[in-house]
Design a protein around this ligand. Structure first.
Ligand code: SF4
Ligand code: FES
Length: 212
C-alpha cells in the first residue's frame, strides 16, 4: 500500500495505480477528456494535469492519468497554476470545437466561454480514444491518427472504408465529443466513412448504445 496526500488529504493507494486512479478511488474529481478506465492512457489532452511535490521536494506539473503513485507524494489537483493551465487548454479546445456540447460544458465549468483564438469548427479533439478502443478492445486496428501538426486527423487507411472494421461501434461509444457518428447505416467521422453497416449491425448497435 502506498500513502500519499491529495489536496491535503492523506490517502492510501495500490502500488501501480496512477494519481488519477488514486484520486478517483476516494472521490476526488480531476477533469479528463482522453481517459477511459478500460483503455491505456495516452496523456493526449493534458486536462488531468496536477501539481506534485515529491518526497525530495521536487515540484512539477504532471498528467495524473499517467503518473504513478509514490510514497510521500503531495498532490494539488486545483492549485492556481493548474486552474490557469486547464483554462488555457479548454480555450484551445473550445476554439477547435465550438459546437461540441461536451467541450462547451467542460469549458463552462472552468469559466471559459469565449476563447481568444480563431474558431475552427472541428468536432474531433484528437484525444485518440477511438483509436485505442479499436486497437485494445476490438483488436481491429481499423482507424489511426494520421499526419502531423495541424494536419493530424483520425482516419481509416487511405481514407477509404476500413477493411478490418468489425462494425462494433466502440469508437463512437467512447468518443467524448460525439464526432464519430452512426447514421445513415454508416460509422463516420465527418466525411470519412469507416464502415457501411448492415441493418442487423445497426440494430445491435442501437441496443448497445441505449445504456450510454
Ligand atoms: S473522433 Fe472522438 S474519440 Fe476519436 S480522437 Fe476524435 S474526439 Fe477522440
Ligand atoms: S485525461 Fe490525462 S491527459 Fe487526458
Amino acid at each position: 500500500m502506498i500513502t500519499l496526500t491529495i489536496d491535503g488529504r492523506e490517502i492510501g493507494a495500490r502500488e501501480g495505480w496512477t494519481v488519477l486512479q488514486a484520486a478517483q478511488n476516494v472521490g476526488i474529481e480531476i477533469p479528463t477528456l482522453c481517459y477511459h478506465e478500460a483503455l491505456s492512457s495516452s496523456g493526449a489532452c493534458r486536462l488531468c494535469s496536477v501539481e506534485i511535490t515529491t518526497k525530495r521536494g521536487r515540484n512539477r506539473v504532471v498528467t495524473s492519468c499517467l503518473y504513478p503513485v509514490e510514497n510521500g507524494l503531495d498532490v494539488q489537483t486545483n492549485s492556481e497554476k493548474i486552474k490557469r493551465l486547464r483554462r488555457g487548454l479548454m480555450e484551445l479546445l473550445l476554439a477547435r470545437c465550438p459546437d461540441s456540447e461536451k467541450i462547451k460544458h467542460v469549458a463552462g465549468q472552468m469559466g471559459v466561454t469565449e476563447p481568444r483564438f480563431r474558431m475552427e469548427g472541428e468536432e474531433c479533439i484528437l484525444c485518440g480514444l477511438c483509436v485505442r478502443v479499436c486497437q485494445e478492445i476490438s483488436e481491429a486496428k481499423a482507424i489511426s491518427a494520421v499526419n502531423r501538426g495541424i494536419k493530424k486527423e483520425i482516419a481509416p487507411p487511405f481514407h477509404d472504408l476500413a477493411e478490418t472494421c468489425i462494425g462494433c461501434g466502440g469508437c463512437a461509444y467512447v468518443c467524448p465529443t460525439g464526432a464519430i457518428k452512426i447514421e445513415d447505416n454508416q460509422i463516420r467521422l465527418g466525411s470519412k466513412i469507416f464502415k457501411d453497416l448492415s441493418p442487423e449491425e445497426v440494430k445491435k448497435m442501437e441496443e448497445k448504445f441505449k445504456s450510454k
